[in-house]
Design a protein around this ligand. Structure first.
Ligand SMILES: Cc1ncc(COP(=O)(O)O)c(C=O)c1O
Length: 389
C-alpha cells in the first residue's frame, strides 16, 4: 500500500496519528474539487456551498459531505458540523457555553495541551477554576480509569474534557461509562476524539456525551484541516463558532458552514476518504483496516517490549491502532533525553514521537496499512542499538 502515499521511500513512518498522512488519491480528489470551484467560484462559494438563511432549494455541498461523515461516525447530520481541528471545536464549545462564575472545568493530566490551555483560558475569563484529574499510566485497567475520574470530580465541576483515545499514551478510555458517571454527578462531558475516526469503530450517539470533537485528517485519511464537532441537541441553542458570520442564530449548520471566505475542500473531500478506507479494506471494508492496524499495533507493543526488556501492560481492549511503549531506562527520562532520542531515530530514518513525563521515556507507534512488521523490527533494532552504546 505504501505507493498509495507520497511518503519518502527511505523513511520508516510510524507517526501517522500526529498530523495524518493523506493518500495520493485523496489529494487528487481534493484537487478536482478545487478545479471545480475555480470554474465558477462565486456560484460555488456563495450559492452552492452553504445555506446560511435556510433558503436553499438543494442540499448545500457541505451538508452533503456532513451526511456521509455523520453516517461514518454514527450521528445525525443535522447535529454535526465541520471544524478545522479539535482546538477549534473545543474553543467553540467552551467559549459559548453559559458558565457561571465559580464553575469548574475539569481536564485530565493526559489531555492535549492546546485543549487544556483553552479550558484554562475559559476558566479564567468566567471567574471559574480549572481542575486537573490525574489518570493512571498505561497498564491500568478500564475500571481504574473510571474510578480515577469519579474520585477526581469536584463539587463545582460543571464540565469534564476527556480524551476518547489519549494523545501520547494511546489508550482507548471507557468513554460511555465515564459519561454516565459524570451525568450522574451533574457534570457535562466534552469528548476529544482526535484520534478516533478511522482508528477504531465509533458510534458517537451511543456514547452519551454532550459534545464530541474529532479529526478526520488523522486516521480517516481526509486532507488536513478536516475535523468534526457533534453536539447533543439540548446544547445547540447556545453553541456558536468562535468566528461569527452570516448564519448567526440560524442553527449550528448555518453558523458553522460559512465562516467568511475560506477553503472548504478538505471538508468536501472527507466522503471520498471514507470511501477509500472502505475500498482499500476490500470485502470487509473499513473493518479490515481497523483489524490490520490493530493487530500490527498490538504486535508492536509485545515485540518492542520484549526487544527492549521493558513492560507492556496495556490491556488489548484499550488499544486501537497505536501503542505507547516504554523504552530502555538507559536512554533517560527527561524532555531533553526524549528530544535526543527522537532526533537520533530521525537520523536513522525513523519518524516516531518520544515522550518524557514518567520515570522512563516512552514512544508511540502508529500502525497504518503502509507499515508492516519489518518497520516495527527496524525501530526495535535501532532503539536497542542506541541503548547498547
Ligand atoms: C487528544 C488530542 N487532541 C487534539 C489533538 C490535536 O489537536 P488539533 O486537532 O487542534 O490539532 C491531538 C493530536 O494529536 C490529540 O491527540
Amino acid at each position: 500500500m505504501r505507493s498509495e502515499w507520497l511518503l519518502e521511500p527511505d523513511v520508516t513512518y510510524l507517526n501517522h496519528g500526529t498530523v495524518g498522512v493523506t493518500p495520493r488519491r485523496v489529494l487528487a480528489h481534493q484537487r478536482a474539487i478545487t478545479d471545480e470551484i475555480e470554474r465558477q467560484p462565486a456560484r460555488f462559494m456563495l450559492r452552492e456551498l452553504a445555506d446560511t438563511h435556510g433558503t436553499a432549494t438543494t442540499l448545500p455541498r457541505l451538508r452533503v459531505a456532513a451526511a456521509a461523515v455523520a453516517d461514518f461516525v454514527g450521528v445525525a447530520a443535522e447535529d454535526l458540523v465541520f471544524v478545522g481541528n479539535i482546538t477549534t471545536g473545543a474553543n467553540a464549545v467552551l467559549r459559548s457555553f453559559p458558565f457561571n462564575a465559580g464553575d469548574e472545568i475539569a481536564v485530565t493530566n493526559l489531555g492535549y495541551g492546546g485543549v487544556t490551555n483553552t479550558a484554562a483560558y475559559v476558566a479564567r475569563t468566567i471567574g471559574g477554576t480549572l481542575r486537573t484529574i490525574e489518570l493512571p499510566q498505561p497498564g491500568a485497567s478500564a475500571d481504574q480509569f473510571i474510578h480515577a475520574i469519579a474520585a477526581g470530580l469536584g463539587a463545582h465541576t460543571r464540565l469534564l474534557i476527556v480524551d476518547h483515545i489519549t494523545a501520547a499514551t494511546a489508550m482507548v478510555l471507557p468513554l460511555a461509562q465515564i459519561a454516565a458517571l459524570c451525568h450522574n454527578r451533574g457534570v457535562l462531558v466534552f469528548a476529544d476524539g482526535a484520534h478516533v475516526p478511522g482508528n477504531i469503530p465509533v458510534d458517537i450517539d451511543s456514547l452519551g456525551v454532550d459534545w464530541y470533537a474529532a479529526n478526520l485528517h488523522k486516521w480517516a485519511w481526509a486532507p488536513r484541516s478536516c475535523g468534526l464537532l457533534w453536539s447533543a441537541k439540548q446544547h445547540q441553542g447556545y453553541l456558536h463558532p468562535t468566528v461569527i458570520s452570516w448564519g448567526l442564530d440560524n442553527g449550528i449548520a448555518a453558523e458553522f458552514d460559512l465562516l467568511g471566505t475560506r477553503d472548504p475542500t478538505a471538508s468536501l473531500t472527507a466522503p471520498f476518504s471514507i470511501e477509500l478506507l472502505n475500498e482499500f479494506g476490500g470485502d470487509d471494508g473499513v473493518t479490515a483496516i481497523y483489524r490490520y492496524n490493530h493487530e500490527l499495533a498490538w504486535w508492536a507493543g509485545q515485540h518492542l517490549a520484549e526487544c527492549w526488556g521493558t513492560r507492556f501492560a496495556t490491556p488489548e481492549a484499550m488499544i486501537g491502532s497505536m501503542v505507547n511503549v516504554r523504552v530502555p531506562a538507559r536512554l533517560g527520562s527527561t524532555a531533553d533525553d526524549a528530544d535526543r532520542l527522537r532526533a537520533e531515530l530521525g537520523d536513522a530514518g525513523i519518524e516516531v514521537p518520544v515522550f518524557a513525563g514518567t520515570d522512563q521515556l516512552t514512544l508511540r507507534v502508529c500502525a497504518q496499512i503502509y507499515c508492516d512488521r519489518a518497520d516495527i523490527e527496524h525501530l526495535g533494532d535501532a532503539v536497542a542499538k542506541l541503548a547498547a552504546n
